[in-house]
Design a protein. Structure first.
Length: 210
């Protein structure tokens, strides 16, 4: 019997929603259920991707929004080709700490790059490997920024920018209700964790209960 390809789950949201923490918690939870899981972060998780991450997040040079877009998509293509495809039939679940929607929200809705063009670039980079499920962790930008490190190029941008990114994400979620599930993160970590696990449980079933 041929193995099914891994379930692709992306985790998205503005700064300070606890995405990376929830990716780790979820990975541990799924592993306990017997699933083979790996996490990739964007930009990064490939050697070139990590170098691009350095330029994008901590580089001193000024980048135009379109240049940023191309770099994020370039890092994505490397990740998909070098890592994601290689794990597609050996893992059950691949968690993506940011993916295609981040460029639409940040560079598209946030920085004004043509959203249709970003969709085309994303398609060229990932092909059919769109997420089966996207968890959008939502918080108001003021709270999110106060929780974030405020260290990198994007965290340093003003509230108006983060407001546009958030609205962009919510707009994407409204257009694709089946794939993108929104969870408010103005409650405790445990509460958010429970909601994420409930959504995943509904989609995957629970191995040790089968
Ligand atoms: P990271 O530290 O991974 O995110 P977080 O602070 O949420 O844990 O930093 C990634 C940054 O890059 C984040 O500010 C969002 C931004 N970004 C984009 O602007 N476009 C993209 O396509 C991606 C993947 C990330």
């Amino acid at each position: 019997m041929t193995k099914k390809r891994a379930f692709l789950l992306s985790m998205e949201g503005i700064e300070g929603t606890g995405k990376s923490t929830h990716c780790r918690i979820l990975s541990r939870f799924l592993k306990r259920q017997g699933y083979k899981v790996c996490i990739f972060r964007e930009p990064g998780s490939s050697s070139v991707g990590e170098k691009i991450r350095e330029i994008l997040l901590h580089g001193k040079n000024e980048l135009t929004a379109f240049c940023e877009t191309l770099l994020f998509v370039a890092a994505r293509e490397q990740l998909v080709t070098q890592k994601l495809k290689k794990n597609l039939y050996t893992k059950d679940v691949i968690i993506l700490d940011r993916y295609i929607d981040a460029t639409l929200a940040y560079q598209g809705y946030g920085a004004g790059v043509d959203v249709r063009l970003i969709k085309q670039l994303n398609k060229a980079a990932v092909g059919k490997l769109v997420p089966d499920l996207t968890i959008l962790l939502d918080v108001c930008p003021k709270t999110g920024i106060s929780r974030s490190g405020r260290g990198d190029r994007f965290e340093k941008r003003n509230l108006a920018f983060h407001g546009k990114v958030r609205n962009g994400y919510l707009r994407l979620a409204k257009k694709d209700k089946k794939r993108i599930k929104v969870i408010a993160t103005d409650t405790s970590i445990e509460n958010v964790e429970e909601k994420i696990q409930q959504i995943i449980h509904n989609r995957l079933g629970c191995k040790n209960k089968i």
